[in-house]
Design a protein around this ligand. Structure first.
Ligand SMILES: Cc1ncc(COP(=O)(O)O)c(C=O)c1O
Length: 402
């Protein structure tokens, strides 16, 4: 029975992290036959909470999620909201308004809805909206701006991580000189950090220049800041400073605040007060959201201190691991929590990942087609003694040498 459970767990792990599909894996190895033939000195891995190098946050499973909510409620009973009003939801909104320095904040069921409603309301009757070509708003929101809200998204910065002021000006000049029946430009959008470039951040000077230009020309600005705390932790620019350059800011509750979903939109009262009616029109008004907002509120408390510790710990770990022969971990330009990990041919990724998982409950993802693993750090790094993590990696790498 125990054997079957272990095999199932191993299979689940390989499936979950795509390791069974990596091209250079041992061909046709029977999972049942996979044995490392060694004594495990450490405590059984399943007793330890996972340290994951895959996600922005902690991938809490349903049992862990429920246990966490109970732990939170024991410290201070969670107060429910009623259709988004009161309780944990209101507390979270007030907290985010303070943190971003905006007048108000509101909970929405998804980031997509937050982005779309911000664009719609900020733009008013203007139909044009400038968006980064590689942004979630442009590529991943099912053309909602065009099909639902009557806005025309105009992409800028194709092939670049982010667009510069010059790119924005060129696009606006081009539109102004090449369209006969002019319609107005309402909103300019920036995504920061940028999901499609593995979380790299937009330099603050670029944001400042664009913001000044937009103010001068009376264009509104919206920030898709789904993971803005990560940009803040790695760039040293505070959340309130980032927010100060924008009219509205959206922040995700599930990327690193560990809720099961949800979003917050912050801005001035005039805009935010219009949102709940818009959510209702779209059918997004939910009876209660405290299950998400209480969790997010919990992880929001002390987030800057914890992430500054994550940054330091990650830098130390990367520097130690880079001293090991055959291991290369590099940070990206303007990078946040995602690094590129490459192993020499002499080290088997699959063996390393399976060893780390089985013996230490440390999770590592698959490689892309260039053989690069996106080594992603998050708060789970702080849940284990640093030396234990380093030792696990060192042992795993020696074990995985071919
Ligand atoms: C940068 C960015 N913006 C917006 C969203 C949309 O969030 P949601 O899934 O809550 O609609 C995501 C989700 O992946 C994202 O990465």
């Amino acid at each position: 029975m125990k054997k079957t459970t272990d095999e199932n767990k191993r299979r689940d792990f390989l499936k979950k992290f795509g390791l069974s599909a990596v091209p250079f894996l041992l061909p046709a190895v029977s999972l049942n036959a996979m044995s490392f033939g060694e004594t495990i000195e450490e405590a059984p891995a399943e007793k330890k909470s996972p340290v994951n190098f895959i996600y922005d946050g902690l991938p809490l499973d349903p049992d862990e999620y429920l246990a966490k909510l109970q732990e939170i409620s024991k410290l201070k009973p969670i107060e429910p909201d009623f259709y988004g009003d009161g309780g944990a939801t209101k507390q979270l909104e007030e907290e985010f308004a303070k943190l971003t320095g905006k007048e108000k904040a509101i909970y929405l069921p998804s980031g997509t809805m937050a982005n779309q409603l911000a664009i719609k309301l900020l733009s008013g009757n203007n139909t044009k909206v400038i968006v980064p070509e590689n942004s979630h708003v442009y590529r991943d929101e099912a053309d909602a701006a065009q099909s639902v809200h009557g806005k025309r998204l105009i992409p800028v910065g194709e092939g670049k991580a982010y667009y510069e002021l010059a790119d924005l000006k060129n696009t606006i000049d081009y539109l102004n000189s090449n369209e006969v029946f002019k319609s107005g430009l309402g909103t300019v959008v920036i995504e920061n950090p940028i999901r499609r470039t593995d979380g790299t951040f937009v330099p603050i000077d670029t944001i400042k220049e664009i913001s000044n230009y937009c103010k001068t020309n009376n264009y509104k600005m919206h920030l898709d800041g789904a993971r803005i705390h990560l940009a803040a932790a790695f760039s040293g620019i505070s959340l309130s400073e980032y927010a100060s350059y924008f009219d509205t800011v959206y922040i995700s509750l599930y990327k690193y605040l560990n809720a099961t979903g949800g979003a917050i939109l912050c801005g001035d009262s005039k805009t935010i007060d219009l949102i709940s009616h818009q959510i209702k029109i779209l059918g997004g008004t939910v009876f209660q959201s405290w299950n998400n907002t209480a969790m997010a509120l919990h992880y929001l408390n002390g987030i800057d201190q914890r992430w500054s510790q994550v940054v330091k710990t990650a830098q130390k770990l990367v520097s130690h691991l880079n001293k090991i022969e055959g291991v290369s971990i590099v940070s990206l330009q303007n990078g946040t929590n995602i690094y590129d990990l490459k192993l020499s041919n002499g080290i088997g990724l699959r063996n390393l990942a399976v060893y780390l998982y089985e013996h230490h409950n440390i999770w590592l993802g698959r490689a892309n087609d260039k053989g690069i693993v996106k080594f992603t750090v998050n708060e789970s790094l702080l849940t284990r003694d640093y030396n234990e993590i380093l030792t696990a990696w060192k042992k795993g790498i020696e074990h995985a040498r071919k």
